[in-house]
Design a protein around this ligand. Structure first.
Ligand code: IPD
Ligand code: CA
Ligand code: CA
Length: 264
């Protein structure tokens, strides 16, 4: 099937999920916890179901990797059938606290390579999207990263895991970044952090996250002209587009300097 048809479907589905999560928050949220610590709302589950149902109805033989309903990460390594990678709400803590930095992320991959992706921020009415080889857009305007080349003048985004037992290396890196860069932002949505690098609102982003957090946004950043990679090795044979450990996404002029800083 034509990639533009798939991209249009992803966009329409993300917008529908966006309306759902706006409605749900207006009505009052019910919270729960995954693994005793990670916040999840009824809206996360409902949006995941809405997107999954839409994909199954339209593309019955495609596979789905989604944070709430189908989080089996082994899917990322199966290359046979096309794979959809979904975060129904990226920025759940923001969502639950009434902040607007929240997005629905939908990516579509063939043989481990993301072909099209949409990151829709319904409260901000901003939709980032890209298809491979066709550039990246915010609403209907083409986007590009900043031209920053000086680490000292760079605005860096990152995030922190919910688990608190492995913070030491993260704090060490944070210390280096704070000493060598302009400032840091912890905005609470990895997908939007990466799209904001793509759109020139941040210079660079690094973190360890899951495929649903970044699969769509990474393609958007690459198509906008940013660089994307990792500051540690990707296991042999694992699709790079879906490996979330130690990812670095940056305006090109800072990529090598940032990588050196993070591995120093
Ligand atoms: C989280 C956000 C956050 C990042 C966390 C993610 P969620 O996703 O993207 O910015 O720092 O690692 O888990 O839980 O809100 O979908
Ligand atoms: Ca997420
Ligand atoms: Ca989520």
């Amino acid at each position: 099937m034509n990639i533009n048809t798939i991209a249009e479907f992803a966009l329409a589905t993300a917008r529908e999920a966006g309306e759902l999560i706006i409605r749900e928050r207006a009505q009052g949220l019910e919270h729960d916890y995954k693994d005793g610590q990670e916040l999840v709302t009824q809206a996360d589950l409902k949006a995941d179901r809405l997107i999954g149902d839409a994909i199954r109805a339209r593309f019955p033989d495609h596979r789905i990797l989604s944070e709430e309903a189908m989080p089996d990460l082994r899917q990322a390594q199966e290359l046979e059938q096309p794979l959809w990678i979904i975060d129904p709400i990226d920025g759940t803590v923001n969502y639950a606290y009434g902040h607007d930095q929240v997005a629905i992320s939908i990516a579509y991959a063939e043989k481990g390579r993301v072909q099209t992706g949409v990151v829709h921020a319904p409260f901000q009415q901003e939709t980032f999207r890209a298809s491979r080889g066709q550039g990246a857009f915010l609403n209907d305007s083409a986007i590009a990263p900043t031209g920053c080349t000086n680490l000292r003048q760079s605005l860096v985004a990152t995030g922190f895991p919910y688990r608190k037992d492995q913070l030491a290396p993260i704090i060490r890196r944070l210390d280096k970044v704070l000493h060598h860069c302009r400032d840091i932002r912890r905005n609470g949505s990895a997908a939007l952090d990466i799209c904001w690098v793509a759109a020139g609102r941040l210079d660079t982003y690094y973190e360890s996250v899951s495929p649903w957090d970044f699969a769509a946004a990474r393609l958007i950043a690459l198509e906008a002209g940013a660089m994307a990679g990792h500051f540690s090795d990707v296991p042999e044979g694992y699709p790079e587009d879906l490996w979330g450990q130690d990812i670095l996404i940056s305006t090109p002029g800072l990529y090598q300097g940032m990588r050196a800083l993070l591995t120093s």
